[in-house]
Design a binder for this molecule. Structure first.
Ligand code: AMP
Length: 189
């Protein structure tokens, strides 16, 4: 039996989104990306988008209160009842605690946190290249380095948080998309 209540954790550019997409296809459960939801809110010009836009452009984290609200609403939708792939949430210990509470309310729990391990410099190089192609305004090199720092300061502590919960699986993020996908499949099987 594959685990279906999953969290993909890792620094910016480690391939969380790509691996999440592959899991969506294989497992038929939704990807929950707070980054995608926030970008959609910015594009739509909603109140939420207006509050998040400048923070995102700087590469800082939107407040726990905002993203926890977004995640709670999304996780409560019926397509999440068979499982979900969290991508980019939680990003702070506060968010992780809130997630535990949300899942408890749904009489559910996280089965596996897949932490993708990758080298910072290789990631910065990859993101600089991707920025040129996609034109994301939080992707100039200084902002990328800032997001990397924010990851190490605020998000990396989640590795220990989930290790202590006994649900952590670390996966080498180097090599091809297929090679990483194989390693991910192994740890969630
Ligand atoms: P991402 O696409 O996951 O890299 O997210 C893009 C940006 O959205 C981040 O740099 C943050 O500004 C914001 N964001 C996305 N998810 C979260 C989260 N869980 N907590 C705080 N900010 C977030």
């Amino acid at each position: 039996m594959m685990a279906t209540r999953l969290l993909l954790l890792g620094p910016p550019g480690a391939g969380k989104g790509t691996q999440a997409q592959l899991l969506v296809e294989r497992l038929g459960i939704p990807q929950i990306s707070t980054g995608d939801m926030l970008r959609a809110a910015v594009s739509a010009g909603t109140e939420l988008g207006r509050r998040a836009e400048a923070i995102m452009a700087r590469g800082d984290l939107v407040s726990d209160e905002i993203v926890v609200g977004v995640a709670r609403e999304r996780l409560g939708q019926s397509d999440c009842s068979a499982g979900f792939i969290l991508d980019g949430f939680p990003r702070t210990v506060g968010q992780a605690r809130a997630l535990d509470g949300i899942l408890e309310d749904f009489e559910s729990r996280l089965e596996c946190c897949v932490a993708i391990v990758a080298d910072d410099e290789a990631l910065v190089e990859r993101l600089v290249k991707r920025a040129a192609i996609e034109g994301r305004d939080d992707d100039d090199e200084a902002t990328i380095r800032h997001r990397m720092g924010v990851y190490h300061e605020q998000t990396a502590p989640l590795v220990d948080y989930y290790r202590e919960q006994g649900v952590l699986a670390e996966v080498d993020g180097s090599g091809s998309v297929e090679a990483v996908a194989e390693r991910v499949t192994e740890v969630i099987s």
